[in-house]
Design a protein around this ligand. Structure first.
Ligand code: PNS
Length: 162
């Protein structure tokens, strides 16, 4: 069974990686799919995010990294995927995630969304939190894969705070 793990991944965190690693044990293949979202202005380009995810998942043989534009279910059809994988951290995630799962199911009734509870140690973690810490010069080494920590440091050294 093939699962798509869609998201912004701006950047990938250890929380995302935890979901990918555990998803790998449930599915034959996981496709980590970075949304190309023209209405957002991300910190990292899609190509940079793909590279960060590739490096972080090198140890996992059944992971593919890609990007997509448009509806996730259309991309899932294209990839012959049967499931969408999403992580749930806290109760406040639930409402939006459930709405998205129902919406996707109405768009294509053959797709199932599988939720994994994010490991406790990452339940507070998000890409936004990571960017906030890095922006003010804090260490994010315990929150993101090594390459991402390097990239964040470079980003905020090149564009120092006013
Ligand atoms: O990492 P994120 O930002 O929480 O991921 C959100 C994402 C990319 C999964 C979601 O915005 C999405 O699937 N966008 C594609 C457009 C789409 O399919 N919309 C219908 C479902 S609401």
């Amino acid at each position: 069974m093939i699962a798509i793990y869609p998201g912004s991944f701006d950047p990938i965190t250890l929380g995302h990686l935890d979901i990918i690693e555990r998803g790998c044990r449930l599915f034959d293949q996981i496709i980590v799919a970075v949304l190309r979202n023209p209405s957002k202005s991300p910190l990292f380009t899609v190509q940079e995010r793909i590279e960060q995810i590739r490096l972080s998942t090198e140890h996992l043989s059944n992971v593919e990294v890609d990007s997509f534009i448009g509806l996730t279910v259309e991309y899932a059809k294209l990839k012959n995927a049967q499931a969408l994988l999403r992580g749930l951290r806290v109760l406040s995630d639930f409402e939006g995630e459930l709405q998205m799962a129902h919406t996707n199911h109405t768009l294509w009734n053959e797709i199932e969304t599988v939720f994994l509870a994010t490991s406790n140690e990452y339940s507070f973690l998000s890409s936004s939190v990571v960017k906030e810490i890095a922006r003010f010069g804090g260490s994010v080494a315990h929150l993101v894969p090594q390459q991402v920590a390097i990239d964040l440091c470079r980003c905020y050294t090149e564009t120092p705070l006013e």
